[in-house]
Design a protein around this ligand. Structure first.
Ligand code: FES
Ligand SMILES: [Fe+2]
Length: 438
């Protein structure tokens, strides 16, 4: 084991990573145990389990889990695996249930996972059944309404884990007048034939849009001028985003990219609302701003809208955009297969047009039929093909290496907006988790 841990340490070097980190099934199994088995993983939002008995099913690495609201008000996370012979007890994506009944022999469990009725009960040894139930995930915690859980009973608390990245969740929630968000429109899922890390490495990568998204930038440039008075279209917001993707290199280099010691990261100073909606005289945005001022006062509303955090990565399983109220959770299935769940949030007290923008953005930028996401997926699959070749060992992650700046708040900033500092930071976190005694 010592030899193996030393070998692991060799795979991640200051400006390069060994290809096996993305392509070796043995390493993938170890990641499920040591990263997904240890870290806090985001599972969803409390609006998905608003009332007692509301539940949804998801995954924590290898483990299928049920997230359920208990009658005592707490959120419980149960491993979706019958204590009898191992079937998953819940097959639905979401619903409301008094109890979970296994389809195989009818054992039933309450919302806390406690075993209740067992058919043919007299056949079991006395006292034996009282030891059995659905396993509870040991740590569950919420931050600003977002549900996290950890399969490990020890480790840092949730707030310490999130560190400076809490500001991105604050931004997402603060933007809702009255602070109320809800997941609306279900969960959108797509899979790709590539490693889970590709998505996390892509979402802060300012050097890729000009290439990967060149065709969508061209389409957006040819589209009618967004927001032309009397000709507003619900795709305007997405057209602006795609045009922004085609910004000159100097703009990309001038934005900010920050990382945290646990591998989280975020872009800032890229989009402001002025570039997207506010300054364009969008009537919906004006109405929204009024509502925000009404709820929290002019000064606070100005402060909230001045925050220009953009894509945020919470390592190892989440990416979100507060300005568009989109959140994605990545679930690794195999070393070369991943599935992504996408959630759209509605600000409960905002004008309906704001959610329309969220949905338009989801369709055009984050959906599988979009002009943007599909190109990223093509690249992830090409990465997997390239890295499955054994002829070349190393992946180079050296852009900006040597120029990283340590900031007073504990974050590390890239010397330019297109620095690969965020991949170096994710890899540092990867090594920390993968250590035998992390
Ligand atoms: S496997 Fe669940 S009741 Fe038998
Ligand atoms: Fe992209």
């Amino acid at each position: 084991m010592v030899a193996r841990d030393e070998q692991l340490a060799m795979l991640v070097q200051p400006d390069r990573v060994h290809r096996s980190v993305y392509a070796d099934p043995v390493i993938f199994e170890l990641e499920m145990e040591r990263i997904f088995g240890r870290a806090w993983l985001i599972l969803g939002h409390e609006s998905q389990v608003a009332a007692a008995g509301d539940y949804f099913t998801t995954r924590m690495g290898r483990e299928p889990v049920i997230v359920v609201r208990h009658e005592d008000g707490s959120v419980r996370v149960l491993v979706n695996r019958c204590a009898h012979r191992g079937a998953t007890v819940c097959a639905e994506g979401r619903g409301r249930a008094e109890r979970f009944v296994c389809p195989y022999h009818g054992w039933s469990y309450d919302r806390g996972g406690r075993l209740g009725a067992v058919p043919f009960e007299s056949g079991y040894q006395r006292g034996k059944l009282s030891e059995l139930g659905l396993k509870q995930v040991p740590r569950v915690a919420l931050y600003r309404g977002f549900i996290f859980a950890s399969l490990s009973s020890s480790g840092p608390g949730l707030e310490e884990f999130l560190g400076p990245a809490r500001a991105s969740f604050d931004d997402l929630v603060d933007r809702a007048p009255g602070g109320e968000l809800e997941v609306t429109g279900g969960v959108f899922k797509h899979a790709y034939n590539g490693n889970w890390k590709f998505m996390l490495e892509n979402h802060l990568d300012g050097a890729h849009p000009a290439w990967v998204h060149a065709s969508s930038v061209a389409v957006a440039r040819g589209a009618p001028e967004p927001g032309a008075p009397g000709k507003e279209h619900h795709f305007d917001i997405a057209v602006r985003q795609m045009r922004q993707n085609g910004a000159p290199d100097a703009v990309w280099d001038a934005i900010g990219v920050w990382t945290t010691p646990r591998g989280h990261g975020y872009l800032g100073d890229y989009h402001s609302d002025d570039r997207l909606v506010a300054g364009m005289g969008s009537p919906v945005f004006d109405e929204y701003r009024k509502k925000l001022v009404e709820r929290c006062g002019q000064k606070e509303a100005d402060r909230i809208l001045r925050v220009t955090l953009w894509n945020t990565i919470i390592y190892p399983n989440c990416s979100f955009m507060s300005q568009f109220r989109q959140l994605r959770i990545i679930h690794p299935l195999a070393v070369d297969r991943s599935v992504v769940y996408t959630y759209s949030f509605r600000m409960k007290q905002a004008p309906p047009g704001m959610f329309r923008d969220t949905v338009a953005f989801a369709n055009v930028v984050n959906g599988t039929a979009s002009w943007v996401l599909t190109d990223d997926l093509e690249v992830y699959e090409r990465l997997q093909r390239g890295l499955s070749s054994g002829a070349v060992d190393w992946v180079y992650i050296g852009r900006g290496h040597g120029g990283d700046v340590d900031e007073a708040d504990g974050t590390r900033r890239g010397n330019t907006g297109t620095s690969e500092v965020f991949i170096r930071s994710q890899m540092r976190a990867w090594l920390d988790y993968m250590g035998a005694d992390a």
